[in-house]
Design a binder for this molecule. Structure first.
Ligand SMILES: [Zn+2]
Length: 435
């Protein structure tokens, strides 16, 4: 029998007590960053705010926002609040544009990260007796080591395969009896594809029952596909390297990601105005860390688009939930003035049974006009059907995309395997206008 909660006292804490705890932690955090970081002192001064101005939880809105740009401008460690010889670990995220960003941890920060994941993994029913295959990259990327420590903390067995070498992953999954796997959803789909080619059925020939999938936006429809085709339960995981790494998952009810309120204070804002949106409305996630000391975050704009849900979950946890990440502010493509998130395209495609698991969105400019092409693989069985069927399928895909996106997309159906696979994050968007 697995524990229902890792930390029942905190996880089920009455909401008023949680708010009181957040308030106390916010006050000491603001004092701490003011006293220990020149960067924050200057920011507070510019915003005309003193640590003593922060008394209530709602005073958080008096604090200035921070963003990835600040991290780049203070590269490598200008936002840290401790001397470098107190840092026990660095992680570095590869910047696709500009400088990479460096995150540092004290031992306490690593422990907070591990605690957060221990609660999360327990909430999806994992514990002693489970074999968790960690197929996120190990090294500078936070995914591998983050999950690794969390899984060990709950007494599970870790199989640290890292990303890649897919056939061997599948052999080890069988030989050592992996019951859960942590990787990107696109990589899990690829593992399933390779397994089928090897004559291995994930459902019948392995003990796998849970996937801890994230590090890229994915849709509810993809979850359904993964669960239907492999028999596992697929759980969404969230966290960013600036926040520590992967930190939070859905609970076993699979209805939103629990954000531990004693560790992070979250807001959802309109990225243009900086004002908070109503609960239930889409906006950018902003986080303030409440128990992180080497590199604390004050109102950090994550760039992730989500929806906040403050209703209490039926699992008994009182902490707020965010809905699945819909995309990133910088992933959003603007086609002919209309905002398009790759996850919207994905949710349309994954509802159509003749369509395979892989797609790419290519945006280009022809003369003055943006042209969006959705290149998508069909399934093996569709591919072997007649050409005429493919043409009506292509029209149907175009029609459904137009319904959801409100713009016309060119649809290009390609044979199974035609779109390059990735062992980490999939490249879903190619924007030729930026080349
Ligand atoms: Zn729950």
């Amino acid at each position: 029998m697995f524990a229902e909660y890792w930390n029942p006292y905190i996880e089920r804490m009455p909401i008023e007590d949680l708010h009181k705890l957040q308030e106390e932690r916010l006050r000491s955090l603001v004092r701490y960053v003011h006293d220990h970081s020149r960067f924050y002192r200057q920011r507070f001064q510019e915003a005309g705010v003193e640590p003593d101005d922060i008394k209530k939880l709602s005073d958080v809105t008096k604090l200035p926002f921070t963003s990835k740009r600040d991290l780049r401008n203070t590269y490598p460690t200008g936002m840290f609040c401790i001397p470098e010889n107190w840092v026990v670990r660095y992680h570095v995220s590869s910047g696709t544009t500009g400088k990479p960003t460096v995150v540092g941890y004290t031992q306490g920060d690593v422990d907070m990260w591990t605690e957060s994941l221990a609660r999360a993994l327990t909430s999806i029913g994992l514990g002693r007796g489970d074999v968790i295959q960690v197929s996120y990259g190990y090294g500078l990327f936070t995914g591998g080591l983050g999950l690794h420590y969390g899984a060990e903390r709950i007494g599970a067995t870790v199989l640290p395969t890292g990303a890649g070498n897919t056939e061997r992953q599948i052999e080890l999954m069988q030989d050592l009896g992996s019951t859960a796997i942590a990787c990107t959803p696109s990589y899990f789909l690829y593992i399933n594809e390779v397994a089928q080619k090897m004559g291995v059925s994930i459902r019948n020939d392995t003990k796998l029952r849970a996937g801890i999938l994230g590090a890229e936006p994915w849709s509810e429809e993809t979850r359904k596909r993964i669960e239907d085709s492999t028999g596992i339960k697929a759980y969404d995981i969230f966290g960013t390297s600036e926040m520590s790494g992967p930190l939070f998952t859905e609970c076993h009810l699979q209805n939103g990601i629990h954000i531990w309120a004693d560790l992070f204070l979250i807001e959802v804002i309109d990225p243009k105005t900086g004002m908070r949106v109503e609960d239930g409305e889409r906006g950018e996630l902003v986080v303030t860390s409440l128990d992180k000391w080497a590199f604390p975050l004050i109102r950090y704009k994550t760039g992730d688009i989500t929806i906040l849900n403050n209703e209490q979950c039926e699992c008994g946890r009182t902490h707020p939930r965010i809905m699945r990440i819909l995309g990133r502010t910088d992933d959003m493509i603007i086609v002919r003035g209309i905002n398009v998130f790759p996850s919207q395209v994905e949710s349309v495609l994954m509802r159509i049974p003749e369509i395979g698991d892989n797609y790419q969105i290519i945006v280009d400019r022809k003369g003055p006009l943006d042209v969006m092409t959705v290149k998508v693989e069909v399934t093996e069985s569709t591919f072997s059907d007649k050409i005429a069927d493919l043409m009506s399928l292509s029209r149907e895909v175009g029609r459904q995309l137009k319904n959801v996106l409100n713009i016309t997309a060119e649809v290009e159906l390609v044979e199974p395997g035609a779109i390059p696979r990735s062992e980490g994050k999939a490249q879903r968007v190619i924007d030729m206008r930026r080349v």
